[in-house]
Design a protein around this ligand. Sequence first.
Ligand SMILES: [Zn+2]
Length: 125
Amino acid sequence: MTKVGGDDEGRAEERSRCKWCRRVMPTQKTGRPREFCSQACRQWHWVGKQRAAELQLNEYELIITKDELDRLHDELYVLACAVNDAERDLSAAGAKPSVRELQEIVDWLLEAARPIRDRELTPPQ
Ligand SMILES: [Zn+2]
């Protein structure tokens, strides 16, 4: 189990995230704390553990396809470029950017960030 942070807040944060996709899960008032946000994530975690055992990987190692890694790098690159553009545009807009300027910057950032927000691995068959 990965330990994140040394204080109680860090541990609470760790507990409230999906063990596979790391998305923050809604707070639960009753029952055993959930480990996964979806059945697909539970399945991916199980398959990952099986493959890791077959390939003698430890719990911190993971093998993903080159195609999957390329897609992730592409999406991160698009997001990084949008952040650079936003920083440049904000700096060019001066001390009091107009609402329209800010709207354009936010729209551009959102467009670049959505693929990462919506990214999901296809569950194993
Ligand atoms: Zn998940």
